[in-house]
Ligand binder design. Sequence first.
Ligand code: ZN
Length: 315
Amino acid sequence: MNLRPILGLMLVTAVVCASAALAQDKGSVDPKPLPPLANPNDPKLGAKELFGRKILPAAMPTHVVGFYAKGCIAGAEGLPINGETWQVMRLSRNRYWAHPDMVALVRRLAARAHKDAGWPGILVGDMSQPRGGPMFTGHASHQVGLDADIWLTPMPNRRLSRNEREEMSAVMMVRADRLDIDPNAWTPTHLNVIRAAAQEPTVQRIFVNAAIKKALCREAKGDRSWLSKVRPMYGHDYHFHIRIKCPPGNGSDCESQTDPGHGDGCSAGDLAFWFKDSIIHPKPPKVPPKPRPPMTLAQLPAACKQVLAAPDAKQ
Ligand SMILES: [Zn+2]
């Protein structure tokens, strides 16, 4: 059954998230609708205000515009919130939209997590908003339907309730000293699932916490070429992040990122930066940084205006 959440309600999350959206951020089964904008044409208005009010994708052919951290998507597809081997989490965020290639990839990965890793399935975190674009909370990227967060907690062997999908926490994979994985949480099946994602030809990068990268480097047997795509990143200790390349045939509107090098990124030198004390235990700045002004619509590619203006796709 493909239960759509209540689409008439939009997220106003009370959770203010300082860094990348963590699996730990909770949502609400009863999100308050966003108030209408007094002046939607104000050029200084944050683009997130406009994209965050779109409940459905643009009724346009599928098309990616811009870069992972500065763009939007027309004709996105919604991942059904329940599959045989997956369930979507934090439904109130309405971020289970993506390019059809990414939706297909998540479905394949879910099947492989079941078949190869023995998980009942995967829990899917944020992908993109229905029309992509910047968000109220979390992520700088996830703007063009080519990024997806997958929880490092296997799907339970039952259908989660709406409330559990907002409230349930993922399991922390990193040891308290941040230098390695927590052996009570990490299992060989986690490697299987991350490897299955990295071996997908369209995947360009996978982001994990450096402690997880270290564990993958230590434990990967046989072909290790997939490790080149798995990159250490701040956060990502409860989930991993999959990024796919610009879809073939999308044209030059999709701004690609250079492929990572071929090395496995496992040498002591490769990992040293991430385990420096200043990175693991950053000192709070003496002067709190000024909040950056939000990205405006004018700062996004011009075609994103049409994506916003288009009528809702029929679901
Ligand atoms: Zn992510």
